[in-house]
Design a protein around this ligand. Structure first.
Ligand code: BEZ
Length: 211
């Protein structure tokens, strides 16, 4: 069954390039990103894994652990990492899970047979420290993902988890935020000492509270 926002991320034990991993234990108290790719030694996937490796310090800064997955073997993954590092000027330092029996792929509904037969599509799951799923994305095999966008969503999730704000379209860390409708004007005056602007009664903006 498809995984929905707010569901607990299913736990699993898998072989990976970093050895045997129990997913929940590996996550510990961190945020997590689990992302699948269709197959090793393929061009779009090579650029994606390189992009993820090159931005991994930004994930780490935010307390996020990332893990990739495909239905290929650990041996294939290890051979491919050398190519990724060479061609993408990267030093890949996160685990790639091997799922040849498609156990995790089934658990997370990562195989969409009408789009891509028997291989995982490009799924992304962002998981909070309480193990709930906060974001799901599904991209086709022909489109490489934007890892800056995944970081941007994590910035929004981490901000909105602690402050009574939401983030508008195309928001970037440091931009103004939206005061959530559940907060009255009276309460907003207390919660947002930098003030807020009422554009419409339902559309109020405030400087980012944690900046
Ligand atoms: C790729 O990564 O280039 C790719 C993988 C599977 C199907 C199509 C493209």
């Amino acid at each position: 069954m498809a995984i929905r926002l707010g569901d607990e991320a299913p736990n699993f034990t898998t072989e990976s390039t970093a050895g045997t991993i129990n997913f929940h234990e590996w996550l510990g108290d961190s945020w997590g990103v689990l992302f699948s790719h269709p197959a090793d030694f393929t061009p779009v996937c090579t650029t994606e894994l390189g992009a993820a490796a090159n931005i991994n310090d930004e994930f780490k800064k935010r307390g996020v652990k990332i893990m990739a997955l495909s239905v290929d073997s650990v041996e294939d993954h290890k051979g491919w990492i050398a190519d990724i590092n060479e061609t993408q000027n990267a030093s890949l330092d996160f685990p790639i899970a091997a799922d040849p029996e498609r156990k995790v792929a089934e658990l997370y509904d990562m195989i969409h047979p009408n789009a891509l037969n028997n291989l995982t599509v490009r799924s992304v799951f962002v998981i909070a420290p309480d193990k709930t799923v906060k974001l799901t994305l599904t991209y086709p095999a022909s489109t490489g993902r934007n890892f800056d966008e995944i970081l941007r969503v994590i910035d929004s999730l981490q901000l909105t988890a602690n402050h009574s704000v939401a983030t508008p379209a195309n928001w970037q860390d440091g931009d103004d935020c939206i005061v959530v409708p559940a907060v009255s004007d009276e309460d907003a005056k207390e919660k947002f000492p930098k003030g807020f602007t009422t554009i419409k009664p339902y559309l109020r903006v405030t400087p980012q509270p944690n900046k």
